[in-house]
Write a protein that binds this ligand. Structure first.
Ligand code: SAM
Length: 257
C-alpha cells in the first residue's frame, strides 16, 4: 500500500504509521478505522484525535440517513449480482455501512473498503465482523487511492460515483490499481434517457447535492467509465420504482483499456 490520507493495517497489537491502534477482532479479521468514540464502541480500531473537520449535519445526521436509504430492498438484487461476480482481492469505493459485505462469495480472498466518512466506516466495521475473509476498512478518498498500482483484482462501486467530487479522476485511480485482467463492477444511478426526466435531474441536482452529501442526479455513468480509459464489457440500464430523477440505474462491468 502506498501513502495517502490514511494508513492501513494488516496486523494486530501495534500502531500503524499514523497512530492507529491495530486490533484483531473475534474472527481474526484485521480492521483499521480512525474515528473516536463510536469506533471504540464498535470494538474496532481507534486513532486518538483523528476526527475529521465537518459539520454536524455531515457528521451525525447524513450518515444515518444514508444508512437508512441504502437498506432499500430494491437494491438487494444488484448487491447479490455484484457479490457473486467479485473475486480475488476486492476494493470497494465508498463502502458506506458495508451493506455489500454479506453478498461476497467464496471467490473473494480479501477485501478493502474505503470511504471518506468516519461514521460510515464505523458502521461498516460492525458488519465486517461476520465476514469470512480478511477485511480492511480505511477512511480515504476515491480520488486518491492509497494503494499500489496493479494490486487489486476487482473494484466495486455501488451508488458512489454520484457523490465523488471528480468521478473521472476516481475512475482513473481505479484503473491504476486494477491488475491487468482486473474488473470494475458498478451499480450507479444517473442521467436518464428521457428528456423530461433529465430536465428535472439538471434542475434538482444543485439543491439535492446540498442535502444528500454531494449526490449528483445527472451523471452519465458509461461516459465517465469510458473517459477514464475503461472498456465496457457490458451494461444494463433501467428505472427502478420511485421518482424517476433518482432511479435510473446503470449496472455494468468494465476492464482497464
Ligand atoms: C449512497 S452511499 C452508498 C454506500 C454504499 N456503496 C452502498 O452501496 O450502500 C455513497 C457513498 O459514497 C461515499 N463517497 C462520497 N465521496 C466519496 C469519495 N470521494 N471517495 C469514496 N467514497 C465516497 C459516501 O461516503 C457514501 O458512503
Amino acid at each position: 500500500m502506498t501513502g495517502g490520507r490514511t494508513s492501513s493495517v494488516s496486523a494486530n497489537g501495534s500502531l500503524c504509521p499514523r497512530g492507529f491502534l491495530r486490533l484483531k477482532t473475534a474472527n481474526c479479521s484485521p480492521y483499521c478505522c480512525n474515528s473516536p468514540r463510536r469506533r471504540r464502541e464498535a470494538g474496532v480500531l481507534l486513532q486518538e484525535g483523528g476526527a475529521t473537520r465537518m459539520g454536524l449535519y455531515e457528521r451525525y445526521v447524513l450518515p444515518r440517513l444514508l444508512a437508512l436509504a441504502m437498506r432499500n430492498h430494491a437494491l438487494v438484487p444488484f448487491r447479490e449480482r455484484i457479490g457473486r461476480a467479485a473475486s480475488g482481492r476486492v476494493l470497494e469505493l465508498g463502502v458506506g455501512t458495508g451493506l455489500n459485505l454479506a453478498f461476497y462469495g467464496p471467490d473473494v480472498t480479501s477485501f478493502v473498503g474505503i470511504d471518506p466518512s468516519p461514521a460510515l466506516i464505523t458502521m461498516a466495521a460492525r458488519r465486517a465482523r461476520a465476514a469470512q475473509f480478511p477485511i480492511q476498512l480505511l477512511e480515504a478518498d476515491g480520488e486518491q487511492l492509497p494503494f499500489e498500482a496493479r494490486s487489486v483484482d476487482t473494484v466495486v462501486t455501488t451508488w458512489t460515483m454520484c457523490s465523488v467530487g471528480d468521478p473521472v479522476r476516481a475512475l482513473q485511480e481505479v484503473r491504476r490499481v486494477l491488475r491487468p485482467g482486473g474488473v470494475l463492477l458498478f451499480v450507479e444511478h444517473g442521467r436518464a434517457p428521457d428528456e423530461n426526466v433529465r430536465w428535472w435531474q439538471d434542475r434538482l441536482t444543485p439543491s439535492w447535492r446540498r442535502i444528500s452529501g454531494g449526490c449528483n442526479l445527472n451523471r452519465k455513468m458509461d461516459d465517465l467509465v469510458q473517459s477514464a480509459g475503461f472498456y465496457l464489457d457490458d451494461m444494463t440500464t433501467g428505472y427502478l420504482a420511485g421518482p424517476k430523477p433518482l432511479t435510473f440505474m446503470y449496472e455494468g462491468r468494465a476492464r482497464p483499456g
